[in-house]
Design a binder for this molecule. Structure first.
Ligand code: ADP
Ligand code: ZN
Length: 602
């Protein structure tokens, strides 16, 4: 049997553990229970895979990601790990085969869908084999408030009663204190050791930009910063997913839609293409992405505001798992706030309160004039970090300005419409009044005779929209009804009476292109000029093998590994084996071919 570090070198081909991994693995290998909170891309899988390899018996992984089990198992087999899965997509014969392999003691890892645990036959099967560890992946699925809540997960606390000597490790990337506590109690892990890793993802550059013409902005972002690279574009609705995917295709960018309204086969095809092809973009609702462990997603773009910081962090966390630079980009505007404020008013009281809290935190992140990463980490309980140098606010510090008078103008227009006219209007009319525009609608309602008519000529249309957006974000103004009528809040009065100052962020309307990230945020050095064509040759070789074997390219080698090979240009198998990501199995399988690709043509 290997030690954990030996398994890391031999099977995975990695030099060293990432932060937290070693401690967690040692604890589980010694038989301890663990609850692991680690950000997406932090390296959770090794935390149960290595104990499964090192301890006698089969590691049983409970995972809700049925659609991805095949890929996960393929990836492990490519490393020479004996893995299998049981879920509802298999027919009787396929299941039989896996069960027989399990009973024969010829598996290292068995992936199970949670609903399998409710089937008696599964429990009987497990009882007949030797189990090294139970891993509960995506453990936040037990949390009641989660959008992907799974009743099946509640049965998991039973595992401990039936197998008291088998260590359990539960893992999640959702880490607010409330979720943490709920997972711990529902899974009976109060006695377990809790590992909370740093939530920082330093290679991700965060940027939130004012939304003007979202399609054009997206196109420019993709063309200037991520041409021909893989990424995910999130939209709120199915129809906008369809529209944006079409728009990108029309502009010559390879993109496919993904949302719950598409039939299962189309969804599966699009997901599988995303995993297998280089440089494909998926335009999706949040239905896409859970468990997608494609390491080379270079960007995640949001065209609509996520409902919570948790959601935002989980979605953006899908970028840059390989540790190379990646971008989390979002366009955000007034309509987002209006729409979300309205949606947050749905449901019962408790639900509403929760939604409002989530939304306020998300809006605060959008409107902040300080480092976005500091704010994110703070939200996840990591207080007091330094400004990162790798987010938009660090790189071009936004100006803030005293918006008290501007706020008073907006609020008093809303107040006067209500008092003098007994009317409520949306942002368009309010801004037209401030700007003194004699539109048909203004004249029709006699709004040109109001005292506030034309008092806002010091700012432009876009700037007033920005002011209203920020007042909504700060809760100094609210929206009511389906057409987004503006109304005052309890806090508005203090501003109107001059008892409260309003600090606003000045929107940069033509945001400068991101500077390259600071050295701290750039774990991968630029590829040296002479290595670039070699890297391309290796990629082409990898693509042909991937196609031949019908597996995703990254299962063969990650980009980071190919980059290192291209840069070091190893001349023997021994030298090649020292490259990060080249383990025993892959060396045997691909080593000669890699060397031939490197040196054969010369
Ligand atoms: P998570 O499940 O936490 O989102 P993964 O387990 O998928 O993250 O790991 C993210 C990526 O990092 C994977 O591609 C994995 O191969 C890689 N990785 C994990 N641990 C290490 C390590 N110690 N050294 C190098 N790469 C690692
Ligand atoms: Zn920053």
């Amino acid at each position: 049997m290997d030690t954990p570090i030996e398994a890391l070198h031999r099977v995975f081909g990695y030099d060293s553990f990432r932060e937290g991994q070693q401690e967690i693995i040692d604890h589980v290998v010694a038989g301890g229970d663990a609850l692991v909170l680690m950000p997406t891309g932090g390296g959770k899988s090794l935390c149960y895979q290595i104990p499964a390899l090192v301890r006698p018996g089969v590691g049983v992984v409970i995972s809700p990601l049925i659609a991805l089990m095949q890929d996960q198992v393929d990836a492990l087999r490519a490393l020479g790990v004996r893995a299998g899965f049981l879920n509802s997509t298999q027919d009787f014969d396929e299941r039989q085969l896996v069960e027989a392999t399990f009973l024969a003691g010829e598996l290292d890892l068995l992936y199970l869908a949670p609903e399998r645990l409710r089937v008696d036959a599964t429990m009987r099967l497990l009882a007949k084999g030797e189990i090294s560890v139970f891993a509960i992946d995506e453990a936040h699925c037990v949390a009641q408030w989660g959008h992907d809540f799974r009743p099946d997960y509640l049965g998991l606390s039973e595992l401990h009663e039936r197998w008291p000597d088998v260590p359990r490790i539960a893992l999640t990337a959702t880490a607010t204190p409330a979720t943490h506590a709920e997972i711990s109690s529902r899974l009976g892990l109060d006695q377990a050791r809790h590992f909370v890793a740093s939530f920082d993802r330093p290679n991700i550059h965060y940027r939130i930009t004012p939304k003007a013409e979202p399609k054009r902005q997206l196109l420019e972002f993709l063309r200037t910063e991520h041409p021909d690279e893989s990424g995910i574009v999130y939209c709120l609705s199915r129809s906008s997913v369809e529209k944006i995917a079409e728009f990108l295709q029309e502009n010559g960018i390879a993109a496919v839609p993904y949302h719950a309204g598409l039939d299962a086969r189309t969804r599966a095809t699009h997901q599988s293409r995303f995993l297998r092809e280089d440089g494909l973009i998926v335009v999706a609702t949040i239905a896409f992405g859970m468990g997608i462990d494609k390491p080379d997603v270079r960007f995640v773009a949001h065209l609509d505001l996520p409902k919570s910081v948790e959601g935002y962090y989980q979605e953006t966390g899908r970028a840059g798992r390989d540790g190379l630079p990646a971008t989390a980009w979002m366009a955000y505007g007034l309509q987002d706030v209006v729409q979300h404020r309205r949606m947050a008013m749905e449901g019962d009281d408790a639900h509403r309160r929760r939604q409002v809290l989530h939304l306020d935190a998300m809006l605060a992140l959008c409107e902040t004039v300080t480092c976005r990463r500091v704010m994110l980490l703070d939200y996840f309980g990591q207080k007091g970090s330094e400004p990162c140098g790798n987010c938009d606010t660090c790189q071009t510090a936004p100006e803030s300005w005293d918006g008290t008078v501007a706020a008073q103008k907006v609020l008093s227009t809303v107040l006067r419409l209500a008092r003098e006219k007994r009317q409520k209007f949306g942002v368009g009319q309010v801004v037209d009044i401030l700007l003194g525009k004699k539109t048909a609608k203004v004249l029709q309602h006699g709004h040109d005779s109001m005292t506030v008519f034309g008092v806002g000529s010091d700012l432009g249309n876009a700037e007033w929209h920005g002011v209203v957006r920020q007042l909504l974000a700060q809760g100094l103004l609210a929206v009511e009804s389906d057409y987004g009528a503006l109304v005052l809040t309890d806090d508005s009065a203090a501003v109107l009476r001059g008892q409260r100052e309003v600090l606003l962020r000045r929107d940069a309307h033509r945001p400068a292109r991101a500077k390259t990230a600071s050295s701290k945020a750039q774990p991968a050095a630029e590829l040296p000029a002479e290595a670039a064509p070699v890297f391309e040759r290796l990629r082409a070789w990898r693509a042909s093998i991937a196609k031949e074997q019908g597996i995703p390219a990254y299962v063969i080698f990650h980009d980071a590994t190919l980059r290192e090979i291209a840069t070091l240009s190893p001349s023997s198998l021994v030298e090649l084996s020292r490259v990060n990501g080249v383990g025993e199995n892959k060396l045997a399988k691909y080593g000669e071919q890699v060397l031939a690709t490197l040196h054969g043509a010369e």
